[in-house]
Design a protein around this ligand. Structure first.
Ligand code: ADP
Length: 592
């Protein structure tokens, strides 16, 4: 669990550096403009002081009209300059900065795809991603950076106003500060509580989004309609939405009351300052002109101090949200670190491997050992839940074993940089993606450098038995899927397309995890058999609960309850009796 409260300046250096790398000219420009605005603010205060002074004297008949007009002109100019700076700065902020902001989203995405995949199994990981996404989509980092640069002119203005009012009497300064204190404290508290509330709402917000997806996703809508369950899901969604909204509403109401009380205090401050000025005027310490100027200056000090304090309170809130982004970045990542993978020479070996999923008590793999030789065609069989998929992920280095080792040519798979390691791998997963792109992209995306090599793509299509389908659909450049008005394929055709994609990749190890389960047993058997032929010369591992494939494999690994029950060839295992032989006799009628 990450620490909730973050100090306001904790991420300042990091945010500035990150924004500077993305948009150096804009960041430098903004800082310069803010400095200019700060200098102008100081000048504005000095001009204002002289103007008030002269106005007072003029009211008493001690200053001339021309002098008054001269100071009034300078005062207007001094007020106009910061406004002009603000205008230019606003244009820089709104246009280029927000346009380049997508870079931060790209960075976040790169990070998401480089976390160890096992983390996807943890709900808290998805909460972290959600919060980081929220921060960056809501311009959290840019606003945090602006929060700091905005301080500069504010501080100068505040200092200047203190100086002006202190010239009347020093008592006014503590009076103004005290009068805004409750309102400022309320705002600090608001920021802190709002962040905690949002943080606690993450899981519910994600749930709400998920339910919305279920309600409106195209494939799911079909099921909902036939099952008439949409009302049920809609109510669940409405409950999730209401619970977030009600909590937020209650929170805002509670705070509105507090803010009102705080503002009342400010009002007392103004009343007290008027009283004090009357006393001073009465005692002859202040002239009538000064009385008017003093009351105006008091109001301005109050609002200046309040802006400064509020800015601090907001900044605290922004620091919390910026922290969500960086906390996520501080997570472990994998990618280029590690040795370059030289390619398989001889063997892949699992040695005494144990593995269990986060949040699960049971070992998904327990004491698993076997060896696969280069070029072998291996079939892993076993009943549902026996650990086949988990094993394939451990072999591929996607999940790290808890105990034991996975060795490529005798070296731990963990030592290799993931990027270079996966380049030699082609993994076709159970839950493959149906890209709503063209046929070309659906097959070619696994080897983008060859995406325009029609011959190669058709070769892969042929190997996966979809050459005819591609021709029927109208060629490689036909868009697939209904999402964007393309040609829709059947479930089985999509699966074959995923296999074509896997085959298209230049890999030395091909791993196929039953992406054929929706096909009828004979078609599946036929495709997988062909798959074994197609991977001739490569090391291939197929995971299947269809046992018939074993006849064509060089080696069969039989999994049962997370353990390796048997290994051998089809004939050896039949002769041996036991789990494989039992399953074979159960399923044999399909293949005969
Ligand atoms: P198979 O591929 O043979 O069907 P799996 O490798 O998917 O089996 O699952 C092996 C065991 O691990 C099962 O008991 C399953 O319930 C459990 N398991 C699989 N995935 C997860 C997960 N993400 N979190 C917790 N347990 C899991």
């Amino acid at each position: 669990m990450k620490k909730e409260g973050k100090s306001v300046i904790r991420y300042f250096g990091r945010v500035t550096k990150d924004l500077y790398t993305i948009m150096p000219a804009e960041v430098t420009g903004i800082i310069l403009l803010e400095l200019l605005e700060a200098a102008a603010a100081l000048w504005q205060v000095a001009a204002a002081a002289r103007f008030f002074d002269t106005a007072g004297s003029w009211l008493e008949g001690n200053a001339g009209r021309e002098e008054l007009l001269q100071w009034a002109g300078l005062f207007v100019l001094a007020t106009g300059l910061p406004m002009l700076c603000g205008l230019i700065e606003g244009a820089v902020r709104n246009l280029p900065m927000f346009q380049k902001h997508h870079e931060l989203i790209v960075r976040l995405h790169n990070r998401v795809v480089s976390v160890p995949l096992i983390r996807l199994e943890e709900p808290e990981f998805h909460n972290e991603v959600w919060r980081a996404k929220l921060c960056v989509y809501n311009y959290g980092l840019i606003n945090y950076f602006f929060g700091f640069v905005d301080f500069l002119p504010l501080i100068f203005r505040f200092a200047g106003t203190v100086w002006v009012i202190a010239a009347f009497h020093i008592y006014f300064v503590p009076l103004a500060l005290l009068s805004i204190l409750p309102s400022v404290l309320v705002r600090f508290r608001y920021q802190r509580e709002q962040y905690s509330m949002r943080r606690a709402q993450t899981a519910m917000e994600r749930r709400k989004d998920y339910l919305w997806e279920v309600l409106t996703g195209r494939s799911l809508v079909k099921e909902l309609r036939t099952l008439e369950t949409s009302r049920y899901i809609r109510e669940k969604w409405a409950q999730a939405r209401d619970s977030v909204m009600e909590e937020t509403f209650r929170f805002e109401m509670k705070n509105a009351n507090r803010i009102l009380l705080g503002d009342l205090f400010k009002f007392f401050g103004v009343a007290a300052s008027i009283g004090l000025s009357i006393v001073f005027t009465h005692r002859g310490l202040m002239s009538l002109g000064q009385f008017a100027a003093c009351i105006a200056a008091f109001g301005s000090l109050q609002s200046m101090a309040e802006s400064l304090m509020n800015q601090m309170a907001w900044q605290k809130g922004r620091a919390d949200f910026a922290g969500d982004y960086y906390d996520f970045f501080d997570n472990e990542a994998e990618g280029e670190e590690g040795e370059k993978y030289p390619g398989l020479q001889d063997t892949i070996e699992a040695r005494d491997v144990f593995f269990h999923y986060p949040g699960s008590e049971k070992d998904a793999l327990s004491d698993v050992s076997f060896t696969i030789r280069k070029g072998q065609r291996v079939v892993i069989v076993g009943e549902n839940g026996s650990g086949k998929t988990t094993l394939s992920k451990v072999i591929a280095g996607i999940y790290q074993p808890e105990q034991g080792r996975v060795l490529y040519d005798g070296k731990d798979v963990g030592r290799y940089a993931k990027d270079s390691f996966y380049r030699k791998f082609s993994v076709i997963q159970q839950n493959f993606v149906k890209y709503q792109f063209t046929v070309r992209e659906n097959i070619g995306i696994s080897q983008p450098s060859q995406i325009h090599n029609d011959e190669r793509l058709m070769e892969s299509a042929k190997a996966a038995d979809i050459e005819r389908i591609v021709r029927r659909a109208g060629g490689l450049d036909v868009r697939l899927g209904r999402e964007f008005d393309g040609v829709e394929l059947s479930g089985g055709e999509w699966q074959k397309l995923a296999i074509a994609r896997g085959l298209n990749r230049d890999a030395e190890v091909v791993l196929l995890d039953e992406p054929t389960s929706a096909l009828d047993p004979l078609v599946e058997y036929d495709i997988l058999r062909k798959f074994l032929d197609m991977t001739e010369g490569k090391t291939s591992v197929i995971i299947s609960h269809r046992i018939g494939l074993g006849r064509f494999a060089d080696k069969i690994i039989v999994m049962k309850e997370g353990k390796v029950a048997q290994t051998g060839t089809h004939d050896e295992l039949l002769a041996m009796g036991g789990e494989y032989s039992r399953m074979w006799h159960e399923q044999a009628r399909w293949y005969e």
